[in-house]
Design a binder for this molecule. Structure first.
Ligand code: MRU
Length: 347
């Protein structure tokens, strides 16, 4: 059992661990208004593609509960509007849109039912999505843990643990399953500028599991690889195109290029809800651009001259030819991805 949860539903409330405050403080936010869920997603109080998906579904359920109408048609129209508002919170992680499509589909499938029943269905669906996410992550971790071998030194970027998901984790879940299977290895944790998901969150989670790690500045990865100190790279994903091109936290592409240059296998772990089969390749993935203040300031303190220009792309896209394998709950897809991913999708 993980001794914390990223998000849960608690009698008409969403409870989420405020990741902006970690590791200094463990504070759970209790939210009853869907606008606050949008704010939590936007400001990264809750983050990581699968966790964003669950938060979107729970936010939609909260929004539904607040609708004061007994007319099913009016309810459906106003519910769609709420879903559109939630969809605008962040653009890259496709799990957000996947989750909203699913809850909107549920309302459409039960069109005309009494509003009270529709609300109950939406609350139950959001809770089911949280549960499913854990089951999927555990399956994915079992499917992928064979890539982790005794004594390996593994590098990871950003945070992909229980915090970034409903529970257990994606890339970190694979490491956790390998550790629980008795393998002993160590992890290089990229700090992950500018919001330090690696330094603040991945170290926190690895520490709780007991996996030995060493935190490094993002810029140190190449030197460690050149010294022969890295055996494998593993990351999560925010959106994977039909050809396997993968959007993940800014800096991931750099890790993949470096790994390729040094002959180190680079793996991605992500649930099928992170795949976007509607786009042929990564050039179609919308990349979030966040405020430059996240780069020019650290904890509110300026680290650049006043007025300094900063470009803050939150994600980059790793071309699939740099990826040794994509670990999913359906198994590990290998190149060529156009066909292996299609087969996975069909199950
Ligand atoms: O901006 P964030 O912190 O939401 O970005 C998260 C990532 O890039 C993760 O690596 C990705 O969502 C996979 S989470 C299992």
């Amino acid at each position: 059992m993980t001794p914390y949860c990223s998000i849960c539903w608690d009698i008409n409330k969403v409870k989420l661990l405020d990741q902006r405050k970690l590791p200094r403080e463990e504070i759970y936010l209790e939210i009853t208004d869907y606008h606050e869920v949008i704010e939590a997603i936007r400001t990264l109080a809750i983050r990581g593609a699968p966790a964003i998906g669950v938060a979107a579904a729970m936010g939609a359920a909260l929004g539904a509960l607040g609708l004061k109408t007994e007319d099913p048609q009016e309810f459906a129209g106003r519910f769609d509007h709420i879903c559109r508002e939630i969809a605008a919170a962040r653009p890259t992680a496709v799990n957000l849109f996947w989750a909203l499509d699913r809850v909107q589909g549920l309302v459409q499938a039960h069109a005309g039912e009494p509003v009270g029943l529709l609300k109950e269905r939406l609350v139950a669906e959001a809770q089911a999505m949280l549960k499913e996410d854990e089951t999927i992550n555990r399956k994915m971790a079992q499917a992928g843990q064979a890539v982790i071998r005794e004594g390996m030194r593994v590098i990871t970027h950003c945070n992909t643990g229980a915090l970034a998901t409903g529970a257990y984790g994606t890339a970190l879940g694979v490491l956790r399953a390998a550790w629980e299977a008795g393998k002993r290895f160590s992890v290089w944790v990229d700090e992950t500028r500018p919001l330090l998901q690696g330094a603040r969150l991945t170290t926190w989670e690895l520490g709780k599991i007991g996996i030995p790690y060493t935190l490094i500045p993002d810029g140190a990865a190449a030197a460690l690889m050149a010294k022969g100190l890295v055996d494998l790279a593993i990351v999560g994903a925010d959106r994977i195109a039909a050809n396997g091109d993968t959007a993940n936290k800014i800096g991931t592409y750099g890790v993949a290029v470096m790994a390729h240059y040094h002959g180190i296998p680079f793996y991605v772990a992500a649930p099928l809800s992170t795949f976007d089969f509607s786009i042929p390749d990564g050039s179609h993935i919308p990349v979030e651009e966040r405020s430059g203040a996240e780069i020019t300031h650290l904890w509110g303190q300026p680290v650049a001259p006043a007025g300094a220009q900063a470009l803050n792309l939150a994600f980059d896209v790793t071309p699939s030819d740099l990826i040794a394998g994509i670990i999913t709950e359906g198994g590990v897809a290998r190149p060529p991805y156009a066909s292996s991913l299609k087969a996975l999708r069909k199950g």
